[in-house]
Ligand binder design. Structure first.
Ligand code: ADP
Length: 396
């Protein structure tokens, strides 16, 4: 059985075709600049790169070209669209309604639309992606996998903000959390890796990429997470500021005569590693600049480490101790220096790493010191496989 994974953005569409017999990736593609000049598709399959630049006025045309590329005689991997058994769509915001993945029907489409105010950038794009796929593959079942779903087990004391309760009741203002598919996959893999059942395990998963979030997982369930009503909250990220006192927004808006919208764009796109270092949003560049003595890059690096350590400490308190601390995503999987800095001084929690093992990157590995009571692991995330497995389970 072959399953197509689609992640639609406002002008982009990422896709992956997975063969569920061995969970191998048959093809991986990206369509960019949909609806604007220079629409472009690039697909990697069979060790080759296939590229196409043709006008694509909307997501429907992008989907047609995606299918053409997948079924292309020379560059494709399937002979006919009917070989694709189902499509799994990544959807950002499922609100409190979706606690797990679902088969997409009209009601689900309405519910995703209802959540547009909570995910104004992503949910409309996700809907466009689903509608486009439905148009070009009308008989193929579709599944929605939500970034927020895994976090819906948080208790109210973790998800409520300390503002009048009526805002929760009237406007659904609360913490939802994101990267849920990654935290779910990584925490489940952690239990398997340790040969344990999820029950009884207390895990802190650190998804550190362009966007970063941490999650406190107990008995396989999310107890707390660092992102909030949007992915802006929590630790310092590539271009996002992480947690700040909301008064900062008012103070700068009043002082500089800018709108809340403009200020939030600054918080989302010009802050974080980029805003502090002035160098880049990419941690590799910030690391390199910090080693050359760039003071702001050194501070950015320290702020990132400091924030992550604070969350690990607080989540250890939430979980009444911790059995495993797990690193994943671009930075977590590949940056051993940063992992070492983050894990410094956690001996009081019973957690320490082996400097040699910590050099290993990009694969599943136990990097704990032999006497560490807490397992410290690197588990590469695989959101596509998680989406494909959910899709398979639901359409079977
Ligand atoms: P996204 O959130 O976009 O999925 P990724 O998980 O790919 O992001 O993470 C991107 C981040 O990972 C960047 O800051 C990048 O610097 C970092 N990263 C990726 N590869 C490496 C590497 N080999 N060494 C250090 N950092 C890396």
């Amino acid at each position: 059985m072959k399953i197509l994974i689609v992640n639609a953005g406002s002008s982009s569409l990422k896709y992956q075709l997975i063969d569920m017999n061995d969970e191998s990736t048959l093809a991986k593609g990206l369509v960019e600049r949909i609806g604007i000049e220079g629409s472009h598709l690039v697909q990697k399959a069979k060790g080759e790169v296939f590229e196409l630049t043709v006008p694509m006025k909307d997501h429907v045309e992008a989907c047609k070209h995606m299918l053409n590329a997948l079924t292309d005689r020379e560059h494709g991997v399937v002979s006919d669209m009917s070989e694709i058994s189902a499509v799994g769509h990544r959807v950002l915001h499922g609100g409190a309604k979706f606690t797990q993945s679902v088969i997409i029907d009209d009601k689900v489409m309405d519910a995703i639309a209802e959540n547009i105010p909570l995910g104004p950038l992503h949910n409309p794009a996700n809907l466009m992606g689903i509608k486009a796929c439905q148009e070009v593959m009308p008989n193929t079942p579709m599944v929605a996998v939500f970034d927020t779903a895994f976090h819906q087990t948080m208790p109210p004391e973790a998800y409520l903000y300390g503002i009048p309760y009526e805002y929760y009741e009237r406007l659904k203002v609360r913490k939802y959390g994101f990267h849920g598919t990654s935290h779910r996959y990584v925490s489940a893999r952690t239990a398997e890796f340790l040969n344990r059942k999820p029950e009884g395990l207390r895990i802190i998963t650190c998804h550190l990429g362009n966007g970063s979030s941490l999650c406190a997982v107990k008995d396989g369930k999310c107890m707390d997470t660092s992102m909030g009503i949007t992915p802006l909250d929590g630790v310092l990220m590539g271009t996002r500021c992480g947690s700040i006192d909301p008064s900062v927004v008012q103070y700068i808006c009043d002082n500089d005569g800018i709108s809340v919208d403009e200020m939030l764009t600054i918080c989302n796109k010009k802050s974080g590693l980029l805003g502090i270092s002035g160098v880049s949003s990419d941690m590799r560049d910030v690391m390199a600049a910090s080693k050359e003595g760039n003071k702001r890059a050194i501070i950015a690096r320290k702020m990132l480490v400091y924030g992550i350590r604070k969350y690990i400490g607080s989540f250890a308190a939430v979980l009444n101790g911790v059995d495993a601390i797990v690193f994943t995503a671009g930075i977590g999987e590949n940056n051993s220096e940063l992992r070492a800095e983050i894990m410094q001084g956690f001996e009081y929690l019973g957690a320490s790493i082996d400097p040699e093992k910590n050099q290993i990157c990009g694969k599943e590995v136990d990097i704990s010191a032999p006497d560490s009571k807490v397992k410290v692991l690197v588990i590469p995330t695989n959101e596509e496989i998680a989406i494909a497995r959910d899709t398979l389970a639901l359409v079977k």
